[in-house]
Design a protein around this ligand. Structure first.
Ligand SMILES: Nc1ncnc2c1ncn2[C@@H]1O[C@H](COP(=O)(O)OP(=O)(O)OP(=O)(O)O)[C@@H](O)[C@H]1O
Ligand SMILES: [Mg+2]
Length: 276
């Protein structure tokens, strides 16, 4: 039996584009014809859950054959005040949903909250591929590394880099698996070339030091957010009769494709062949 390849979206910094990237990866994989599961570990905010609901509602009017849907499961944080009990409860609910989805889907996309919590750590420890979107600013880089203001030398790894280090240990202990960690830049603007260059320099160096692959992500584009309420993404645009495909839409679609390529995900057929 094959198991789904697990892609986790994580970053301790809020608002970096985890949920946006999750939605676009889910739909890009669905559009390639794969079965996709999704889990929302930030069920309180529930961005991915809301998106899945919007998309399901849309599929009712458009027809499910024209709008492929993920099998989506939100996992809420435990309401128990007792921390030990809450951990047991969260682990139990996470693992039940996780096992079901990896056994029945080709890919599983897990969206985490923008803060450190038990559910998020569980998600990270189950990742095959970890994608960390990063806003194009030194303010956001801070969770990855502390950088000297004048020399731009890396002084020490940041809090989130330590969390990933810990998750890699957990993953190795659990099943000797490894996590392929990818840092992608998000909301890149055409302006501010100097900041872009300096971020580039630091990220290149940091990638070797703390072990991630560094890829270009998404530019700042309205199309990455404006279809949210309709439950669509730019990968569905041909389906949305009201939308006109503009140059910026085509460019955005290309960015999603390039990200998918850069992730170098295993193809489920290949997994099937090697399993048999
Ligand atoms: N490439 C982009 N272009 C334009 N807007 C974007 C882009 N990426 C994200 N956004 C917008 O930025 C905001 C934050 O994005 P998102 O909710 O995906 O981040 P997040 O990391 O999931 O946040 P949180 O930590 O709160 O869960 C949203 O309003 C989203 O629409
Ligand atoms: Mg989010």
């Amino acid at each position: 039996m094959t198991r789904a390849h697990v892609i986790v979206l994580g970053n301790e910094k809020g608002g970096s584009g985890k949920s946006t990237t999750a939605m676009h990866l889910v739909v890009a994989l669905l559009r390639l014809g794969y079965r996709v599961g999704s889990m929302d570990l930030d069920a309180r905010q529930g961005t991915l859950t809301r998106y899945a609901a919007n998309r399901s509602a849309r599929a009712i009017t458009m027809g499910a054959e024209r709008l492929p849907l993920p099998v989506h499961v939100p996992i809420a944080r435990s309401e128990t005040a007792d921390q030990a009990l809450a951990a047991v409860d969260e682990r139990h609910r996470f693992e039940a949903a996780f096992e079901e989805l990896v056994a029945t889907q080709d890919y599983l996309v897990i969206d985490c909250a923008g803060s450190d919590n038990f559910l998020g750590r569980l998600g990270h420890a189950h990742a095959d591929t970890l994608v960390t979107p990063l806003n194009d600013s030194f303010v956001d880089l801070d969770v990855l590394a502390l950088v000297d203001a004048d020399s731009l030398e890396i002084q020490r790894p940041g809090a989130y880099a330590e969390l990933v280090w810990e998750s890699r240990k957990q993953r190795a202990m659990r099943d000797r698996g490894t996590i392929d960690w990818i840092v992608m830049r998000n909301r890149l603007s055409a302006l501010d070339a100097r900041n872009k260059r300096e971020m580039n320099r630091v990220l290149e160096r940091l990638s070797k030091r703390i072990g991630f692959r560094y890829v270009q992500g998404f530019s700042e584009r309205v199309i990455f957010r404006e279809l949210f309420l309709k439950g669509l993404t730019l990968m569905d645009l041909a389906e949305a009769e009201t939308e006109q495909l503009k140059m910026s839409h085509i460019a955005a679609r290309q960015e999603v494709r390039m990200l998918l390529e850069a992730l170098k995900l295993p193809q489920p057929q290949a997994a099937l062949a090697s399993a048999s």
